[in-house]
Design a protein around this ligand. Sequence first.
Ligand code: 5GP
Length: 189
Amino acid sequence: MKLLEERILKEGVVINNDILKVDSFINHQIDVDLIKEFADEVKLHFKDKQVDKILTIETSGIPMAFAVAEKFSNVPLVFAKKSKSATVDDNVYKTEIKSFTRNLVSVVTVAKPYLKKNEHILIIDDFLAEGNAAMGLIDLCEQAGSVVVGFADVIEKEFQGGKNRIREKGIDVFSGAVIKAFENNKPIF
Ligand code: 5GP
């Protein structure tokens, strides 16, 4: 997405050639038109797939997942919840996800009634870095016996390897923008 790349170059702030801050249009203030355009691209990419439900992780995946759910005829959107405690309700699927931006591991859960056997799930997130969030969400789907039909993220940092981990599971990945590297804190597409 050309517009997204231009926006990243104009307003993104790179920290330590590692983390991209995009608070002015994705992670704090949200550019609704840009997110809707991302959702259009996701719909186009996965147009031949059956999608029964959208899955994301709180908090920053929710706006883009909502926009994508609308494009797939308003299918339900489920967001996995993060908790620091291992003592969670029994009627949940749970997994552990290491945060890329913070030094902590969260227990992440989805209540069992919201992920069903044989349901076709499209997973959405804001960023794809090492793929830990994606692998955790895939794990929750596997526990439920649901089928992951694809993964889409707004911004992928390709050099951090997440895409390969998802593809090794035979899952198709779409990214709105693919950053190949950061050089002197500048994104290279
Ligand atoms: P992963 O689990 O793929 O390593 O990292 C993806 C998750 O970490 C996303 O849910 C996202 O919230 C966060 N994340 C990873 N890298 C970045 C980044 O460069 N900028 C921001 N804002 N979030 C990131």
